[in-house]
Design a protein around this ligand. Structure first.
Ligand code: 3H9
Length: 667
């Protein structure tokens, strides 16, 4: 298959790269660029070389799939050096996304012309990598050290207008960028290659200050400091030496575990919505959504649709709750404007799409109705019974339950084929994960609709089977059981939290418990004091909301270990006669991670999760799992499933047959 085309137009050599879907820089493309530079140099009829790409985008960078294979010549740095050494000027005509190696190609040209909607960036850091083909060196020369640092360490692209101001591009084309690039080449036949430009020197302390200011964001990641080192070298060393350092740092990152993990997640994210059985299934159109329940979940869910331009009817039981919900939605969207996540116009439009009602009849024209009411079966089935009466034929009925049986809820509505679980995570307007729970009778086009809709509202959908807690909460329950088990045996809750946070989770299980409220599902009348949580609640320690739970909280909600909670735990263990012993950090981590992974294996064998990578996406996008370890299942696979089985056995567990099978498969 030809993936590039070379011709002479108006005395200029034109190389068109055509490697769908995103013109990734495969071996053939790299060779084609080197050949085009050589042909242009040798051709008296060509005064210059123009590089452009077919399709909706310029190059999206190196071909990620090649990273796991033996590298093939020519390497991207060879291409870049060939372009920089070209005796005739080279200009790139840019459109779409110009990313990673694609931007390195563009920067190795003498000039860059971009269409107005173009986005340019170095996203390698998001794959645990850094630019590996002179990107740090060329970017620092074009936009300065500070901007280069921000772009390469964040991985976020900038738009063409900003790129023009920053000096990353030369022309913002108003018409066809190819014509503008030809004009540029005709007027700039003596342009200098980028690597010969002087680098604007700054106080190197700025680099350290940037890393310090972003320490929280970069926590645990190897790539940002490596990028900073390469950019610093751009100031300190001659170009070739700094370029060699950049390459060495890149190769080390590429071979390292973090990049393997992040590349796995890149593919995992794209795989969640690919269900072979849905190929050719047409989703139902969704033009109006109904949401039942104006509490935290209902309002968060509604905001997703409003911001995506989809009208929402919000239904509550009484005026006060409905008013509070509408106010929350308004306040949250205004907050988005204040933090520049949404612009004022979009916010106003979103607000205008909201209808509030106390009457279920207002849901009769909704294409999708999501129940986000209290998490008890009685409440949910009562709502579904009413929905069975008011929803129009063909409307999709969804429940936002996080644990309950979707089939039982579906049965109450009398339309099981039209029913699906849509489990949003709190805060629902922020968290990326959407667990889509497929009931026993959920129709294929209902599932396809849910997947398509997730994309429209910017969520990562993961399809789960109908089981208690689905994927995420079922595994979470295992982790909580282990954590709470360990504290009855003598481990400190504070040490357990520290171990898990040291692993990279945003919060340990006891801080999460305090935040969520220890009194969820607890009542003073029925409390039997048979768990530590119950005893804490009985002592008035309901978590953060009472300034006391497993931790004590000061007036700014900062936690500190609580001697009172420790006494409650110790007396619980005494009452139950549980022997006390010391726990090392390794054992704590093993007990927090491996039983949970074993539960993941069980979910796979039961068909509740479709794949190990789906489980990883659930934990990444719903629970803040540290991305650089690739998710629980990937982390277990990297550790070695056999080792995980061995550690579980050493801890006295009986690993599942599926986990043993995974270990055997891995060999
Ligand atoms: C790099 O360049 C290193 C260099 O500095 C140094 C080297 C020495 N390769 O996301 P989509 C596939 S590192 C291969 O669904 P969108 C993707 O898997 C690279 N394949 O579409 C999917 O395939 P499928 C730095 C790639 O419109 C299809 O294209 N570059 C690559 O929502 C469509 O993708 C990046 O990190 C690739 N580089 O978004 C850019 N990129 O259909 C990563 C995409 O089989 N890519 N595919 O599932 C992106 O950010 C987005 O894909 C992009 C399009 C914005 C381009």
């Amino acid at each position: 298959m030809t993936c590039s085309h070379y011709s002479i137009e108006d005395g200029i050599a034109v190389l068109t790269i055509d490697n769908p879907p995103v013109n990734a820089l495969s071996q053939a493309i790299r060779q084609a660029i080197i050949d085009a530079v050589a042909s242009t140099a040798a051709d008296p009829k060509a005064s210059a070389l123009l590089i452009t790409c077919a399709g909706k985008t310029f190059c999206a960078g190196a071909d990620i799939r090649e990273f796991d294979q033996p590298p093939l010549e020519p390497h991207l740095p060879d291409v870049i050096e060939a372009m920089l050494a070209s005796p005739k000027p080279v200009c790139c005509a840019l459109h779409g996304t110009v990313l990673g190696g694609g931007l390195e190609i563009a920067m190795a040209a003498h000039g860059r012309v971009a269409a107005p909607e173009t986005k340019l960036g170095l996203p390698e850091v998001k794959l645990g990598l850094m630019p590996g083909a002179r990107g740090t060196q060329l970017l620092a020369r074009l936009v300065g050290v500070e901007k280069a640092l921000a772009m390469a360490c964040s991985g976020d692209p900038i738009d063409a207008t900003e790129a023009l101001t920053a000096g990353l591009i030369d022309i913002l084309a108003t018409g066809d960028p190819i014509d503008a690039a030809k004009d540029w080449l005709n007027q700039n036949d003596a342009a200098r290659p980028t690597n010969e430009r002087p680098i604007p020197l700054i106080d190197p302390a700025v680099i350290d200050a940037y890393l310090t200011a972003n320490a929280r964001k970069f926590r645990g990641l190897d790539a940002p400091p490596a990028i900073a080192r390469a950019i610093r070298a751009a100031m300190d060393l001659p170009y070739q030496e700094a370029a060699a350092l950049e390459r060495a740092l890149f190769l080390k990152l590429r071979a390292g575990p973090q990049s393997r993990a992040l590349r796995h997640l890149f593919q995992a994210e794209r795989a969640t919505a690919k269900l072979p059985e849905l190929e050719g299934v047409t989703p139902r159109p969704i033009d109006r959504v109904g949401v039942i329940g104006a509490g935290t979940m209902g309002t968060g869910i509604a905001i997703n649709f409003l911001l995506a331009g989809i009208p929402v009817t919000l239904v509550e039981q009484n005026e006060a709750a409905l008013g509070r919900g509408v106010a929350t939605i308004g306040k949250t969207i205004d907050g988005n404007v204040a933090s520049a996540r949404t612009n004022r116009d979009a916010a106003d439009q979103a607000g205008a799409l909201l209808t509030a009602s106390l009457d279920y009849a207002a849901l009769s024209d909704a294409d999708l109705i999501i129940e986000a009411a209290f998490e008890t079966m009685d409440v949910k089935t009562a709502i579904f019974t009413r929905l069975g009466d008011v929803a129009r034929p063909g409307a999709i009925l969804a429940t936002n339950t996080s644990y309950l049986d979707v089939d039982a809820i579906a049965a109450a509505g009398g339309r099981p084929a039209d029913t699906v679980g849509l489990h949003f995570f709190s805060p629902a307007n922020i968290m990326k994960l959407l667990e889509i729970v497929r009931g026993a009778e959920t129709a294929s086009d209902v599932l396809a609709t849910a997947l398509a809709l997730a994309k429209r509202i910017g969520k990562v959908p993961v399809v789960a089977g109908n089981a208690y807690g689905f994927i995420g909460n079922r595994m979470l329950a295992v982790r909580r059981r282990e954590a709470e088990g360990m504290i009855t045996q003598g481990a400190s809750p504070y040490v357990i939290d520290r171990v898990l946070e040291g692993f990279g989770m945003p919060m340990g299980p006891f801080r999460i418990g305090d935040l969520a409220g220890l009194d969820l599902g607890w009542s003073a009348e029925t409390s039997t004091g048979s768990t530590i949580r119950e005893r804490l609640c009985e002592a008035g320690r309901h978590g953060q909301k009472t300034n006391a739970g497993f931790y004590d909280y000061d007036e700014r909600r900062r936690p500190s270990p609580s001697p009172v909670a420790e006494d409650i735990i110790a007396s619980f263990a005494r009452d139950k006669g549980i022997a006390q012993r010391a726990f090392g950090a390794d054992e704590i981590l093993a007990r927090l991670l491996w039983p949970m992974v074993d539960e993941g294996a069980a979910l796979l064998s039961e068909g509740i999760a479709r794949s190990a990578s789906d489980i990883d996406m659930v934990w990444l996008t719903g629970y803040g799992w540290p991305s650089w370890t690739g998710g629980p299942m990937f982390h277990a696979a990297e550790t070695g499933y056999a080792k995980v089985v061995g550690e579980l056995e050493a801890l006295g567990y009986e690993p599942s047959a599926k986990l043993r099978a995974l270990a055997a498969e891995q060999g």
